[in-house]
Ligand binder design. Structure first.
Ligand SMILES: [Cu+2]
Length: 218
């Protein structure tokens, strides 16, 4: 979240024009989203100018998609020992989910990476459940009965233990009735070895070495 100050009260200064009303509605949605996430933080302001500025900030949050469609989801990845590995961003991309970002502190080599069903990352990360698989397929893009919606291409970690992740899920969407982010959230999982893209249920990719939780409502 990039904005730390937004209040429903701030929208009242923007209602004198049609555009203002539109902004106000967006602001209310943005502020409501912030409130529902329990992360509202705002300093006091007692005049219209300050309120307008605050309202514009709230509208920016909404335009960024905090209230729903189009929003990216930031996912903080941790190792099984609790080390912070970096942040991945999930976003809707042509009906699938793209995952991107820079990670460090991973073992060099090929690793399976998948979208899992539950937004809980308690080591050894079995809490994240199985692969996100809303259409009850088998695992792997090379499996005739596959793939899982949450299957993604392997990532290749360099000798310096870092990797720039740019992968896309087999299917989407990120949100909505059939979306990844449901009542129990979701997770991004990285495994110890490469995914063979065909062995059920997880491509023989071994232990779960990194996890990033996505909370319900993200
Ligand atoms: Cu997995």
């Amino acid at each position: 979240m990039y904005v730390t100050c937004a209040r429903p009260k701030s929208t009242t200064a923007l209602t004198s024009t049609g555009e203002g009303r539109l902004q106000a509605r967006r602001s209310i949605r943005g502020a409501t989203a912030l409130l529902s996430l329990g992360i509202l933080a705002c300093g006091g302001s007692d005049n219209a100018a300050a309120d307008s500025a605050a309202g514009a900030s709230a509208a920016a949050v909404s335009a960024d998609g905090a209230a729903g469609a189009g929003a990216g989801v930031n996912v903080a990845m941790i190792s099984a020992s609790g080390q912070e590995l970096g942040t991945l961003i999930l976003s809707e991309s042509a009906g699938t989910i793209s995952v991107s970002g820079a990670l460090r502190g991973l073992p060099p080599g090929e690793h399976g990476i998948h979208l899992h069903m539950v937004g809980q990352c308690t080591p050894p990360f079995e809490t994240a459940g199985g692969h996100w698989n809303p259409t009850s397929r088998s695992h792997g893009t090379q499996n005739p009965a596959g793939p899982h919606a949450g299957d993604m291409p392997n990532i290749s970690v360099g000798a310096d233990s870092s990797v720039n992740v740019t992968v896309t899920s087999a299917a989407g969407p990120l949100r909505g009735a059939t979306g990844l982010v449901d009542m129990d959230g979701a997770a991004v999982l990285i495994h110890a070895t490469a995914d063979d893209y065909k062995t059920d249920p997880s491509g023989n990719s071994g232990a779960r070495i990194a996890c990033g939780a996505i909370a319900s409502g993200s």
